[in-house]
Write a protein that binds this ligand. Structure first.
Ligand SMILES: Cc1cc2nc3c(=O)[nH]c(=O)nc-3n(C[C@H](O)[C@H](O)[C@H](O)COP(=O)(O)OP(=O)(O)OC[C@H]3O[C@@H](n4cnc5c(N)ncnc54)[C@H](O)[C@@H]3O)c2cc1C
Length: 451
């Protein structure tokens, strides 16, 4: 397998995704403009807060901004809200933080083991009850700029192009598409070689014998779980050496779902691919789905309770763990997480999840085992891009290192980040200030964060 020729850091200054793609050697034609007959009112919109992306971060941003009194439009490229949890069947909702909003959402959706076929509607209800407007099937493809200030985004849809102007835009696309389109500085991949965490097809299998089915959620558990005297880790390794598993599948993680007789499988691994490149995404979709069937055969043969398992749910899209990290006025590091650093300007308090780096360059975990952290704070400056105004980033694309990202990327923390961006966006529109000038203590109050 060849490695992608990334440089360690990409500091792109293009003002549109199309221009950036052209510079990278890919030519994209522009979609046709909306014609008056198609509904001229749809061609131009104006709101207080525009949220791009309807994952946990985007949903939370839309709810908090609307509860803060702003006129909000939440736009999602696919037909359902929920982000990776819904489109890529990623579960459960991991991570912790002291966020009252996340607690409220968990109570509402039935806990961390949610129903993936209902989650999108539950998120939509939360957003609509708060007063946010939703628009699905519209893809942010260009960033609208007034000088150095993001003034909204341009979307491509079945109707053509739609311009949405906004006082504040929240980029919750996971990939930082809007920030990228504004020419914001960003990092991608790990120090040294720029390699990213692998992609995975995460899927569910059903038909399990509940009384005997095994579950193993991490490398640590794989060492401890014994089946007829052999560890699950050893069973996986010998199957891999015998060619029964793909070469870079070092651990087969299985999680309980909310349904009887069903498990979520997190095991496929596609290395050396970049989720911001369509050819890499195409390759990952095909390779990941082939691996899923190979792993099903392995489970039927080696995992107690899985003898009659079948694939019950394939994701709509491949799961992407890591792409752009937009550089902000602050930056979170591994040391902050290991030390459990507290911050006066925190907008997420007591975040906690291991540093979970799926090996960018082979099987298993990059560091052997995931590294433990102490509950750490995330400062507001990690959501405020360093070089562009009018924009907040939320979710997995905030400002931090490859290692820190491997912890804060999980859904409960992404959601807490989104709620902070939404609260700050509402405050900025009310006081007619830029997001970078918002009083952080007011954001903390709006979020009801403990001190
Ligand atoms: C295989 C895999 C397994 C994982 N396992 C877990 C797990 O078990 N538990 C856990 O908590 N986390 C897990 N994660 C991590 C977690 O799912 C993500 O990091 C998290 O969903 C990030 O939230 P987000 O809102 O930032 O982004 P996302 O969930 O990716 O949401 C972004 C949304 O924006 C939309 N979007 C993207 N670009 C555009 C655009 N240009 N215009 C409009 N809309 C756009 C997307 O369609 C999507 O709905 C896993 C991730 C992967 C890939």
């Amino acid at each position: 397998m060849t490695k992608s020729p990334w440089t360690r850091r990409h500091f792109l200054t293009s003002t549109s995704l199309a221009a950036a793609s052209a510079a990278a050697g890919t030519s994209l034609s522009q979609p046709a403009p909306v014609r008056a007959a198609d509904g001229a009112s749809d061609a131009e919109r104006s709101v207080d807060v525009l949220v791009c992306g309807g994952g946990p971060a985007g949903m939370a941003a839309a709810v908090l901004a609307a509860r803060g009194g702003a006129k909000v439009l939440l736009v999602e490229r696919y037909g359902r809200l929920g982000g990776m949890a819904v489109h890529a069947r990623v579960a459960p909702l991991m991570g912790h933080s002291a966020s009252p909003f996340v607690r409220e959402v968990l109570d509402r959706i039935g806990g961390v083991r949610f129903d993936p076929d209902r989650l999108d509607l539950q998120y939509a209800e939360l957003a609509e009850e708060a007063g946010a407007e939703l628009l699905l099937h519209a893809w942010a493809c260009q960033t609208l700029l007034d000088g150095n200030r993001v003034a909204g985004a341009r979307f491509v849809s079945k109707q053509g192009m739609l311009n949405v102007r906004a006082k504040v835009t929240v980029d919750a696309t996971g990939d930082g598409d809007v920030a990228f389109g504004a020419g914001a500085e960003y990092e991608q991949g790990r120090e040294g070689d720029g390699l990213l965490q692998p992609m995975s097809i995460m899927y569910t299998v059903a038909g399990l014998d509940d009384a005997r089915a095994i579950y193993c959620g991490s490398e640590e558990q794989a060492q401890k779980l014994l089946i007829e005297g052999r560890s699950w880790e050893a069973i996986v390794q010998s199957a891999q050496q015998a060619g029964q598993l793909p070469g870079n599948v070092g651990v087969v993680r299985t999680y309980r779902t909310s349904r009887p007789g069903e498990a979520a499988i997190n095991a496929t691994q596609i290395n050396y691919v970049d989720g911001t490149k369509v050819h890499d995404l195409t390759k990952a979709e095909l390779e990941g789905r082939r691996q899923a069937f190979q792993i099903l055969d392995f489970l039927r043969k080696h995992a107690p309770g899985y003898e009659n398992a079948y694939i019950a749910g394939m994701p709509a899209v491949v799961g992407v763990r890591e792409t752009r990290r937009i550089l902000g006025r602050d930056y979170l590091t591994r040391d902050d997480l290991i030390a459990g650093r507290r911050r006066d300007d925190a907008v997420v308090r007591a975040a906690s999840f291991v540093i979970d780096i799926h090996n960018p360059d082979g099987a298993g975990q990059a560091q052997g085992l995931a590294e433990r952290v102490k509950p750490y704070d995330i400062p507001y400056g990690c959501l405020v891009p360093k070089t562009v105004d009018g924009l907040l980033v939320a979710g997995r694309c905030i400002s931090g290192s490859h290692e820190a990202h491997a912890s804060y990327r999980v859904q409960q923390i992404a959601m807490a980040l989104g709620s902070a961006a939404g609260a700050a966006a509402a405050l900025a529109t009310q006081s007619n200030t830029l997001p970078r000038d918002v009083d952080v203590t007011q954001v903390q109050t709006a979020l009801a964060l403990p001190s």
